[in-house]
Design a protein around this ligand. Structure first.
Ligand code: GUN
Ligand code: FE
Length: 428
């Protein structure tokens, strides 16, 4: 097939130095790792004799797509009709997450979750499980079976939600430690410390979260920040001593280079400074921000700062409305259009691969097709539907093809998804 792998962020739409592309490309895969990437004839000549050749011409082979913020217990929340974030959480999302107290339910949804992600070409997700430890067990056990590199965490929340969805400062702490002991480093699994957001954690719980962050400084931390104006107002009422929303997390030592802040739409300059100084990541969730009416993520404003904010992109299922990172970047593009800015397709494809991998500090493992990295990749067809095929007739460049894939493509464009060198097959 044709291989495409980014090596840095593209500066403009003709920035051919930002990626490696082979029109007659090949990957050599051994034991779940990419061993060689390059021209087919060259790679094939150097391959061991018993190597099986899989022909993916004329399709594009890219690194597996990465989704840096998603809620695994919200598969049955998508398409819930609510006016805004807090109504959506209270009316649909919290009641649904209560169901994950049942192990069998969590296991069923975990199977469906991995099937759906691989069907969409996403090979790594960073997920919130529910408050129940069993939901994290179901998620990581399924990931281990599939051989995937997944990040996730048991959500910590001890107030402002239904009783069935609350832990306590102590149980949240103890169960998170147990999830880390059980799953971190098992297979390719990574555990993230996961306080849901400041509204659902008491100051006492935030102190226990801080203790975890200090005990496990290498783990990712994920939470929500500055998504919606009512949410911001309520949060600041709950923590009256904080300068602003970001300052709450900073106060508990949660602002660092492994910290992922979902949404981060309405940051003040002071908050953006605090984020960039700490090297924290703002996770853009375009379909969710539009679906819940949360706001337009000021990507360029954040990137034009003296010290750039680190940015990642994500679906935020079930606030988000598509599992597809292609659709996600289609909506990201339209958000920039509304802000009078541009987002070119090279940047979009960089973001959903290497860009997200760098935001997770995992670019040495995923997000490229570089030899030595894990063999997670996706095979994409930009002519997957009659309308795409017709449009493809007039496409003249790689950037145009990527833009077509992003604009009209979705799961129908995913020909195959490889996880650790194996074609992913649905189980549910
Ligand atoms: N803020 C706190 N919890 C959630 C959630 O589940 N989804 C979204 N979009 N925002 C949140
Ligand atoms: Fe979210």
């Amino acid at each position: 097939g044709r291989t495409l792998s980014f090596i840095r962020a593209p500066e403009h739409i003709d920035d051919t130095g930002s990626y490696r592309y082979e029109s007659e490309g090949a990957l050599l895969v051994e034991d779940g790792k990419i061993v060689a990437m390059g021209n087919f004839a060259t790679v094939n000549a150097a391959a061991p004799e018993a190597t099986v050749v899989i022909d993916h011409r004329p399709y594009l082979i890219l690194p597996g797509l990465i989704d840096t913020h998603v809620h695994f217990p919200q598969m049955q929340v998508i398409a819930s009709y609510a006016a805004n974030l807090l109504e959506w959480l209270n009316t649909y999302t919290f009641p649904e997450e209560c169901r994950f107290v049942e192990q069998a339910h969590a296991e069923r949804i975990a199977r469906a979750f991995f099937d759906e992600f691989f069907r969409n070409g996403t090979t790594t997700a960073v997920a919130y499980c529910s408050v129940h430890k069993a939901s994290a067990d179901a998620y990581f056990a399924e990931s281990l079976r599939r051989g995937s590199l997944m990040i996730g965490g048991k959500v910590m929340m001890d107030r402002n939600a239904p009783q069935g969805l609350l832990d306590t400062p102590e149980t949240g702490y103890d169960e998170t430690r147990q999830v880390i002991a059980d799953w971190h480093g098992k297979g390719r699994n990574h555990v993230a410390i996961t306080p849901r957001f400041a509204i659902t954690s008491t100051p006492e719980q935030m102190e226990r979260v801080q203790a975890l962050a200090e005990e496990f400084p290498d783990l990712h931390i994920q939470t929500h920040l500055s998504e919606n104006h009512d949410e911001i107002r309520y949060t600041c009422e709950l923590f009256p001593d904080a300068r602003d929303y970001t300052d709450i997390y900073a106060h508990y030592g949660l602002l660092g280079p492994k910290s992922l802040f979902g949404h981060a739409i309405h940051l003040s300059d002071r908050e953006a400074d605090a984020m960039s100084e700490a090297g924290a990541v703002a996770v853009h969730c375009p379909t969710s921000n539009l679906f819940l009416g949360s706001g337009l993520f000021p990507l360029r404003k954040y990137q034009r700062r003296d010290k750039k904010l680190r940015i990642a992109v994500a679906t935020d299922i079930g606030g988000g409305s598509s599992y597809s990172m292609l659709k996600t970047m289609d909506e990201a593009y339209k958000i920039q259009q509304l802000l009078g800015e541009r987002l070119n397709p090279l940047e979009s494809f960089h973001l959903m691969t290497l860009g997200n991998a760098e935001a997770l500090s995992l670019a040495d493992r995923i997000g490229t097709l570089e030899p030595g990295t894990d063999a997670d990749f996706v095979v994409l067809d930009a002519a997957a539907t009659p309308a795409m095929r017709l449009r493809m007739e007039t496409v003249k460049s790689l950037a145009e093809e990527l833009f077509l894939l992003q604009t009209l493509g979705d799961d129908r464009s995913v020909v195959e998804t490889y996880v650790a060198g194996r074609a992913a097959r649905p189980v549910s």
